[in-house]
Write a protein that binds this ligand. Sequence first.
Ligand code: GDP
Ligand code: MG
Length: 163
Amino acid sequence: MSFTLAIIGRPNVGKSTLFNRLVGKRLALVDDQPGVTRDRREGEGRLYDLTFKVIDTAGLEEADGGTLEGRMRQQTERALAEADLAVFIVDARAGVTPLDAHFAEVLRRSPTPVILIANKCEGRAAEAGLAEAWRLGMGEPVPFSAEHGLGISDLHDAILERL
Ligand code: GDP
Ligand code: MG
């Protein structure tokens, strides 16, 4: 696996759906490794010609201790430290939320290159949210649908541009 990609974003934006699309059944079982918490999943991602390690910062809802924001920040920073590249997902149907803006701040302070994905972009309900995503100041959002498989080749190109 040539590089490591971290999937970042608040709960419910579609991180795990993207993770599953990239990794399929090649899920690494990391639960029994020391120091690896259950609130994170890793696997071997594939996207056309690319093979890489994917980290899904999942399960923040179930993790205990501290505030949601604190847990998210800690997990995000841990994943970013390990990653060559981050995919930051927002939910274009929900629009940009204060929690998204909080993540954008954490990402801005990290040297890790970021690809902004506007997920759930199938259909008209996402148009306003896609426009809002520009205001995060993280460059052009990639219109995407993890569930329907839209934007996959744009994601591939965005990865190549940042490697
Ligand atoms: P996570 O909490 O960020 O890991 O989000 P999940 O991957 O668990 O997805 C949260 C919800 O959004 C689930 O109900 C998914 O089915 C849904 N979802 C994920 N991707 C899409 C998408 O592209 N379009 C739509 N409409 N729903 C999606
Ligand atoms: Mg998840």
